[in-house]
Design a binder for this molecule. Structure first.
Ligand code: PGA
Length: 306
């Protein structure tokens, strides 16, 4: 058993876009404990067909349950879809019954790993220190961490949400090499907005929290690096409200739960958000007198699945 040290030369296939975050939103879903391997494969094939038929300016990722990870990676091969796990242990191997390591995840062909989801923090007692160990381990193995951050309803009601979110970001990124920051995505997901009992968050308030997260990153790593980090929003995102986040300048994409369990609904969210984003981006370019259309940036690091 060994805990991994960060190894900056391991390639990661995270967001790491070349130029402007706003041009290519980063949109994904975790199916949580839903879908069998067969269902997951069928979903992936259907989504690939849909996105091939109507190309979108968005980078899309899927986080299936562990048992379906290999099948989804296989079904996504040759497409632009990225695939990740919903959690992992911070050790490479050892006496951790039921746990899954970065090596297991990599072997399936996955590129991302979600860490610190609210449900893992609440139901399984995951702490910020544990999230940090997992972040370092993921980077050391070339997996792009998707770090979930967010306050509880109680913390919101006691007006300490900003302090909690800043603390979570600082601890999650403790010891992370600045060069690795563009491989990291932060998902802001307030606990009170997640799940069937969640309440929708106001887009303006989400934008303000994303700005805070970026400011925390900036104070530690500088503005240039902080501007390269994708910060996505999750919590009761639906086809009806997805577009309302698209013109928020700090919202770089969406992390969708229930509303992405059906392919059609997820595909509609991806399409509507990315189209609304392109419209708001091109009008802001016009507002600034920039009439040269900008091309969407390519990914720096090609997906190993292509
Ligand atoms: P939800 O889940 O969209 O079903 O609220 C979001 C999440 O937990 O990431």
């Amino acid at each position: 058993m060994a805990m991994s040290e960060a190894a900056p030369d391991v390639p990661v296939c995270g967001p790491a876009f070349v130029t402007e975050r706003r041009l290519v939103p980063w949109i994904g879903t975790s199916w949580k404990m839903n879908k069998t391997r067969t269902e997951a494969r069928q979903y992936t094939e259907a989504l690939t067909r849909t996105l091939n038929a109507t190309p979108v300016s968005a980078a899309v990722w899927l986080l299936p349950p562990f048992t379906a990870l290999g099948a989804v990676c296989e079904a996504a091969r040759g497409s632009s879809l990225r695939v990740g796990a919903q959690d992992m242990h911070w050790a490479d191997d050892g006496p951790y019954t039921g746990e899954v390591s970065a090596l297991n995840i990599k072997e399936c062909g996955a590129q991302l790993v979600e860490l610190g989801h609210f449900e893992r923090r609440q139901a399984f007692g995951e702490t910020d220190e544990v999230v940090n160990k997992k972040v370092c381990c993921a980077l050391a193995h070339g997996l792009a961490p998707l770090i979930c951050i967010g306050e509880t309803a109680m913390q919101r009601d006691y007006s300490v949400a900003r302090e909690v979110v800043a603390y979570q970001v600082k601890v999650a990124l403790h010891g992370v090499d600045p060069a690795r920051l563009p491989d990291i995505t932060i998902a802001y997901e307030p606990g009170w907005a997640i799940g069937k009992d969640g309440t929708e968050a106001a887009p303006v308030a989400v934008n303000a929290m994303h700005r805070l997260i970026r400011d925390v990153i900036s104070s530690k790593y500088g503005t240039t690096i902080s501007e390269q980090v994708y910060i996505v929003y999750g919590g009761s995102v639906t086809q009806d409200n997805a577009m309302s986040f698209a013109n928020q300048t700090e919202v770089d994409g969406l992390f969708v739960g229930r509303a992405a369990l059906e392919v059609d609904s997820f595909a509609a969210i991806i399409k509507e958000f990315s189209q609304a984003r392109s419209r708001s981006t091109s009008s802001s370019h016009r507002d600034h007198g920039d009439d040269v259309p900008r091309r969407a940036p390519q990914l720096i690091r090609p997906s190993p699945q292509t």
